[in-house]
Design a protein around this ligand. Structure first.
Ligand SMILES: [Zn+2]
Length: 234
């Protein structure tokens, strides 16, 4: 079952693991549709027109008949889809985190696991999908947990390399929180490897970015890595 991120906070004396909420529950709250409607509403009509025109050309060159009933609305659909999948270019980190940074004395590791993401590889424009695990050690400031998946989406919804995306997420958290350390691990499947090229169905790619204490303190890094090994979803 597809679940939303598990949220856990580690304490020296034990571990509290929150239950991820299921997609069904999220749909029940209507959050998913509201976000989608808002994002599509913002799309630039001019851009839809331009991408649809390019898609018409692409479909024709591929040898298809654009007047076939099944393809009539495809160019506009593709345009809206690509704009949604690259929405990250039009988002602003400060706008995402505003009003969600809190000054708190908490100095235990905060961990958000299994954040599902979808991206597009910059070499083939084919999907990369997987999960992202994030940990940070606060230094007097924490971030509203719901903002973390939005930061992941901001960098996932672009033409990407998994390694670069992983590092950009870590750097973004470093810049807004100035914590003692940040760790980001992504695990992903690349359709360009599975459908074409080497056609390796089972190969999953791991990337990590460790900043601050996650890089310099082995104990912190190992605690983070062992926590993300529990209840993995991919
Ligand atoms: Zn690729």
């Amino acid at each position: 079952m597809w679940t939303f991120p598990d949220i856990s906070i580690s304490h020296s004396e034990g571990l509290r693991v929150g239950e991820g909420i299921t997609l069904h529950e999220a749909l029940g709250r209507g959050e998913f549709f509201q976000i989608k409607k808002r994002e599509i509403g913002k799309m630039n009509k001019e851009k839809v027109k331009e991408i649809a025109e390019l898609t018409r050309r692409l479909i024709t060159v591929l040898g298809e008949d654009l007047t076939r009933p099944g393809l009539i609305d495809t160019p506009e659909r593709v345009a809206r889809s690509y704009l949604f999948l690259t929405e990250g270019y039009r988002q602003d980190l400060n706008a995402i985190v505003k009003d969600a940074l809190y000054e708190e004395k908490c100095d235990e590791m905060v961990l958000v696991k299994n954040i599902h993401f979808f991206s597009l590889c910059e070499h083939h424009l084919l999907p990369i999908w997987g999960v992202c695990h994030i940990g940070y050690l606060p230094a007097g400031r924490i971030i509203g947990i719901s903002k973390i998946p939005r930061i992941v989406d901001m960098f996932a919804r672009r033409l990407q390399l998994q390694e670069r995306m992983t590092y950009q997420i870590a750097e973004a958290l470093q810049s807004v929180l100035n914590p003692k350390g940040v760790g980001v691990v992504t695990e992903a499947y690349h359709l360009c490897m599975m459908m074409r090229g080497v056609q390796k169905q089972e190969s999953r790619t791991l990337a990590s970015a460790m900043l601050g204490g996650f890089r310099t303190r082995e104990q912190t890094r190992l605690e983070f890595l062992s926590l993300i090994e529990q209840n993995k979803q991919l």
